[in-house]
Ligand binder design. Sequence first.
Ligand code: SF4
Ligand code: SF4
Length: 506
Amino acid sequence: MSAPTYDLGKLHGGLRLPGNKENSTAAAIQQVPVPAHLILPITQHVGDAAEPIVGIGERVLKGQLIAEPYGSLGAPVHASSSGKIVAIEPWPVSRRHGDTAPCIVIECDGEDRAVEVAEILPAFETLPADFLLSRILQGGIVGLGGAVFPTAQKLMQATTCKLEYLILNGVECEPYISCDDMLMREYAEKVVGGARILLHALEVGSCYIVVESDKPEAIRRLGEVLGDLNDDRFVLKQVPTIYPSGGEDQLVQLVTNLEVPTGGLPTDVGCVVQNVGTAAAINDWIIDNKPLLSRITTVTGDGVAQPMNVEARIGTTVADIVNFVGGYTDRAEQLIIGGPMTGKSVTTDRVPLVKATNCILVLSEAPAGGTERPCIRCGDCAAVCPVQLLPQQLFWYACADDEAKMRSYGLLDCIECGCCDLVCPSHIPLTADFRTARARMQEQADEKARAERARQRFEARNERLRQEQQIRDEELAKQKESARKAGPDAIAEILMRRQDPPDEDR
Ligand code: SF4
Ligand code: SF4
């Protein structure tokens, strides 16, 4: 490994924001105990909801599969402790779109009994890449940086491209959030272990582990682990603390100076980006047989008694987690799941921690806003946009609901970072409007894809029925022909024996 290098950065726009991370990083990560109930949404990833395979009243063990992946972007859900299934019903959740989701509710027995490990895998270096990828799918692992894209499918897509770099994203640039920083400080071995598995599965020869310069302890720990490993495929790279340098495309540009094309993916320029937490989860699953059952999350803000990072089981409610850190302060006013820039305000703490939950932020007051006024064409929003969009122009087309123009002005490239909002002197809620417009376009695309899948299923079924009928007709014709040669009694017997197709195929 080379010495850590410092990159002065080539990011367009962005903002230097106060970190507000000191309080939550003062103490070590604490473990939240098993709660009375776990609430497990079947939609914790992008793509189709998983399909429950357990019934109400059934007893489950920690690590047991309770919902199977469905569709091309599916991910499974596992029980994160032992107990009894008491409900499968809609429950309040923190999602970008929609306030409830179907959830499997487990009444925990407090014993935390785990399923027996079915098989101990041999050393990962001896396993073929496609085996590792399907194994990663079974572990329920999704991108833990917030995107929750199923990791196995992302890697499978990547293996179809010519790859040069694996980039591990340890750039946690949004204020208040420090779960990746604490993960790198306390579990640097797992992060590097996951990276080694990824390098093998992707057959890539170089890995950048990228960390912001405001995380010296994480950089020191990673440096130690990489020093011991002495593997020259790894480079530890520091980047300046600028929001939002942790966006995938922004990170690729910072590290490699390569620009991801509009509407494209990092794989278009030979890069695969994975969050450091995702790498650690891969290590846990492939090396220690632990599927994704818990995650580290930051609980912070002046509305909680003791800000800190905790590791909690997926499905633990925010109420249980806040209770664990000493409860709310008298000043608690606003609950945000995620950070102040990209998180979502919720009105209840009954929502569960899900795979995407990197932060629970409780503030004494809503972030400063102001009365919305007309755009004065100052151009500040364009100056800070890391994707080099023209937010004022996009806003105009979003108001007019002009989808074609929004597309041509790059709305789909917007990473919803919120920088434009923050600088707008007219207090126009640009990001909220872009988010709504993007969601509408995504829903239409999803609906189109669903209709296409239904059409393909219908046509495949018709083709199968046609082929089966053809086989039956040919068989009957053969029998008739041989019976014709044998005489009239044989024909009558064949007609009596003839079977109609089963009901379901009519
Ligand atoms: S929210 Fe979208 S338009 Fe606004 S600065 Fe970020 S990327 Fe640009
Ligand atoms: S920052 Fe606000 S006022 Fe200035 S151009 Fe952008 S939308 Fe208009």
